[in-house]
Design a protein. Structure first.
Length: 354
């Protein structure tokens, strides 16, 4: 198998490492500077209960091994759903619309909140390589209601999409809540993005009796060759009139400590949004992405009444087939003797209300 620069770019772009990106851009990237903590050593963030991300040689081993078993996804798998959200949702209800991958529109208490919005065709630092969409966003950008708040979990390209954030800033000028250091990435790209950066365990009032707390998660962050873990990553606990929502955009399982700690500190949880995709091969992905069996254990650990699945079916980041996460989740629920409706799998454009 011939190893070309284009193939390497395509392989690593989905992991947020821009091999071959312009060195001038990399050299100008600003880095977070702040006090030392139990997860920041003065230069890099780290998870005290996690492990460092895999090295480049391990990435090359995965991508170019002769025995690699990478499923081929269909070029396009259109969803049969498309949502046109109402302008606002008031009262005690919460309306969740699945946009695709890890992107959601959450409407509650008169606020419209986007999570990890990605409307771009590629989750990549370049336009010619990297993971490409296999379905349209479940909400057309032009059909979005006025967006008040955006939550961005971390800096990987399938979660922090500067093009979408810039378009949101120009159209709606929302507040953007993100972990430490990601605000620098956003403002460096577009000074109009109203980014506000916070640390783990910070609680932010969003208005209308809605608040969000950033909580630790088992992951990492990077956008270039030289910025590994120079910005923080997080999950979110969103307080709503209908109960607390636990939003995990990217996470490994480990020993489940992060999920049990959220249950202890923030429970009871009405709903958990948990990732189920981008998990093969396990030797490479285990520490940063849950598989469906892990996600079922995470649901039990956090104690949420209900779960919704995401982080699958839109961008092919790893080796499993496009339909594999949903099938494996159903099997894992059966093995755990849990009803399948307790952990729902939506298509882009589908809506869930509580």
């Amino acid at each position: 198998m011939k190893i070309t620069r284009r193939r390497i770019l395509g392989a690593v772009a989905g992991l947020g490492v821009a091999i071959g990106a312009p060195s001038l851009w990399l050299s100008r990237m600003k880095s977070y500077s702040g006090p030392l903590s139990d997860h920041f050593d003065g230069e890099h963030f780290f998870d005290p209960d996690g492990v460092p991300p895999k090295r480049l040689r391990e990435l090359v081993r995965w991508q170019f091994a002769g025995d690699r078993n990478r499923a081929k996804w269909p070029d396009w798998v259109a969803s049969s759903f498309s949502d046109t959200p109402p302008p606002r949702v008031d009262g005690g209800k919460v309306r969740l619309s699945f946009v695709g991958h890890a992107s959601w529109l959450i409407q509650a208490s008169g606020l419209n909140i986007l999570v990890d919005p990605v409307w771009s065709m590629r989750a990549s630092p370049v336009s010619f390589a990297g993971p490409k969409r296999h379905n349209d966003p479940g909400i057309a950008f032009e059909a979005l209601p006025r967006i008040d708040i955006v939550l961005v979990s971390h800096g990987h390209y399938d979660h922090l999409d500067v093009a979408t954030l810039s378009k949101l800033a120009k159209t709606f000028a929302p507040r953007v809540i993100t972990p430490l250091g990601n605000d620098l990435i956003m403002r460096e790209a577009d000074g109009a993005i109203k980014a506000e950066a916070f640390d783990w365990h910070d609680r932010i009032e969003l208005g209308n009796a809605i608040a969000v707390t950033l909580v630790p998660t088992r992951h990492w962050s990077a956008r270039g060759l030289f910025d590994r873990n120079k910005s923080l990553w997080a999950s979110f606990v969103l307080e709503t009139p209908a109960g607390k929502l636990y939003i995990v955009c990217d996470s490994g399982y480990g020993e489940g400590k992060h999920f049990r700690r959220v249950a202890d500190a923030h429970g009871p949880l009405r709903l958990a949004i948990l990732p189920i995709g981008a998990y093969e091969p396990r030797w490479f992905m285990r520490d940063q992405h849950m598989n469906p069996s892990d996600a079922v254990k995470a649901l039990a650990d956090c104690g949420a009444e209900q779960a919704l699945a995401h982080h699958h079916g839109t961008f092919q980041l790893t080796d499993e087939a496009i339909e594999a996460p949903a099938f494996a989740l159903a099997q894992a629920l059966d093995e755990a003797r849990l009803p399948r409706e307790k952990f729902a799998v939506l298509k882009p454009g589908q809506v869930y209300e509580i």
